[in-house]
Structure formats: structure tokens, C-alpha cells
Design a protein around this ligand. Structure first.
Ligand code: BJW
Length: 232
């Protein structure tokens, strides 16, 4: 069995990292257009850096939870017969900390930085600022978190399309279905005749598109779902 798992902020919520669109979520407190667009970074890089520096520090203190662990267990359990493609919208590294191996970060990674001048990418666990020097071109002013902002192209869309087309089941965990292209994957899966399951705290924006759903905290629904899949 080949599993396509799409994860969102809800899978990391019980690790203490905020979601975006829930009550009290990040975009309930801040306007994404002033923090998560290339235009915001061009206009006010200090504010954008401060936002991501705060979130990076929170990530460095966070630990994976039972949902991350269950997805890693699923991958290990299916290694000899199929596998898991873990397509995450999250920029945290909690799937890797839980020892998932096939993790694809379609919205980038907070613990990496990229130069807007030359494209140099590097691991980066400390704060970034407009003074951060690019090790590739030695210029300052354009080092930015290696994340995908609104209006930018998500990473590896061809690979995602291939993995989706070759999967036997599509499961979405803790994502609101508000952001495209990820929000459209369930409809693509259904059009391909692939069974679809939503695991979420509450019905997402596109809950009606899923064939099956289980609602509750990810730390409960994901381990139970993995147990069921591995027992098949
Ligand atoms: C729990 C839980 C618990 C809580 N247990 N569950 C088509 C139509 C309309 C617009 C567009 C469209 N196509 C493109 C667009 C534009 C735009 C877009 O989608 N806008 C919408 C807002 C309308 N998309 C883009 O700009 C994307 N780029 C693009 O489209 O390029 C061109 C292109 C064209 C054609 C084909 C392909 C490409 C880029 C999007 C970049 C998103 N960036 C962000 C920020 C990343 C960096 C950062 O983290 O700061 O990514 S925004 C934010 O939203 C972040 C997330 O990855 C993303 C998704 O959020 P997610 O994960 O779903 O979180 P929430 O908070 O929304 O939901 C949490 C869920 O968890 C909830 O359902 C809760 O119930 C649940 N939950 N606790 C289980 N304990």
C-alpha cells in the first residue's frame, strides 16, 4: 500500500506550535499580507524577520507528538510493501524529529535560509536580519527564511503530482483546506479514484470532498488510523 499523507498546522498544534486560521491562530492575530508575501518582505523586512525569528525560537523548543510518531511508524511499517509520501505544508521539522524519512516540505522549512540575490540555501537555526551575510555571494539584505509565501510557487509540484497519482490512499491531517494548491489535492485524488480520508479536529473547508473522516485531536485520530491501516 502506498499512502499519500498531507499534513497541516493541526498535526503540530499539540506540540505547542500555533495554527493559522483557528480562533487565536496566527492569521487571527496578524495580517498574512504584511508578513507572508514577497511584497511584505520588500517593504518591511525587519517586521517579517521578527515574525519568523519568534516562530523559529518556538520551533527550537518544540517536540514531536503522538501524531508525528504514528506517521513515522506507518512509514516504517510499510517500508517493505509500498510506503508513505509525507507531503507537509508545515515549515517545522517535527516529522523529521519523529524520524519520518520521506518528508516533502511544499511550503519550505523554517530552519533553512535562502538568499534573494543569488539563491544560496543554507541551514539556519539562529535569528535572521537585514544584516545577515549570504555565504554564497557575500551580499547583505536579502537573506530570508526558506519558506513559500503567498504568490510564490510551492516546492516540488511535479513530484507531488506523481506521488498522488501513484498512491492507494490519500489522508489529510490537520489542514483547513483553505490554501491552494494543497487544498485541491483531495479533489484530484477522488478524480483518480483514490480513497480519501480527513483527520481533523473539526470538518475542514472541503470536508464534503472527502469520502471518509474521523474527527478529534491528531494525537488520538492519527495513531488509531495508523493502527487500522497497518492491520489491513
Ligand atoms: C487540528 C488540531 C489538532 C487544529 N488536531 N487538527 C485557487 C483559488 C484561490 C486562491 C488561490 C488558488 N490557487 C492559488 C491561490 C493563491 C494562494 C491561496 O491559496 N490563497 C488562499 C488563502 C485563497 N496560494 C498561493 O499563493 C500559493 N502559491 C501558488 O498558488 O502559486 C501559484 C500556483 C498556481 C497554480 C498551481 C500551483 C501554484 C502559496 C501558498 C503559500 C502558503 N504559505 C503559508 C505560510 C508559509 C510560511 C509560514 O508558515 O509562515 O503556509 S500560509 C499558511 O497556510 C501556511 C500553511 O502551510 C498554509 C495552510 O494552513 P494549514 O496548515 O491548513 O493551517 P490552518 O490553520 O489553516 O488549519 C489548521 C487545521 O488544523 C484546522 O482545520 C483545525 O481544525 C485543525 N486542528 N488543532 C487535529 N489538535
Amino acid at each position: 500500500m502506498r499512502v499519500f499523507a498531507l499534513t497541516g498546522a493541526g498535526v503540530s498544534a499539540e506540540s505547542g506550535l500555533g495554527t493559522f486560521r483557528d480562533a487565536g491562530g496566527i492569521w487571527a492575530q496578524f495580517d498574512p499580507m504584511t508578513l507572508a508575501t514577497p511584497e511584505a518582505f520588500a517593504t518591511d523586512p525587519e517586521t517579517v524577520h521578527a515574525f519568523y525569528n519568534t516562530r523559529r525560537r518556538a520551533l527550537l523548543a518544540a517536540k514531536p507528538n503522538a501524531a508525528h510518531a504514528a506517521l513515522a511508524r506507518l512509514e516504517a511499517g510499510l517500508r517493505s510493501g509500498g510506503g508513505v509520501f509525507l507531503c507537509t505544508q508545515n515549515i517545522d521539522d517535527l516529522h523529521e524529529q519523529a524520524e519520518s524519512r520521506a518528508v516533502h516540505h511544499m511550503h519550505g522549512e523554517l530552519l533553512k535560509a535562502r538568499c534573494g540575490w543569488c539563491g544560496w540555501r543554507t541551514g539556519s537555526r539562529g535569528d535572521l536580519s537585514v544584516e545577515t551575510i549570504c555565504e554564497g555571494c557575500r551580499r547583505v539584505g536579502a537573506m530570508r527564511p526558506d519558506v513559500v509565501w503567498f504568490g510564490e510557487m510551492p516546492i516540488g509540484l511535479d513530484r507531488i503530482a506523481d506521488e498522488l497519482a501513484n498512491s492507494d490512499i490519500f489522508v489529510a491531517v490537520g489542514t483547513s483546506g483553505a490554501v491552494y494548491p494543497a487544498a485541491g489535492y483531495v479533489a484530484e485524488a477522488r478524480a483518480l479514484g483514490i480513497p480519501t480520508v480527513e483527520l481533523n479536529l473539526a470538518p475542514s473547508d472541503n470536508a464534503h470532498v472527502f469520502a471518509d473522516a474521523r474527527y478529534g485531536p491528531a494525537t488520538e485520530t492519527v495513531p488509531a488510523f495508523v493502527d487500522d491501516l497497518l492491520a489491513r
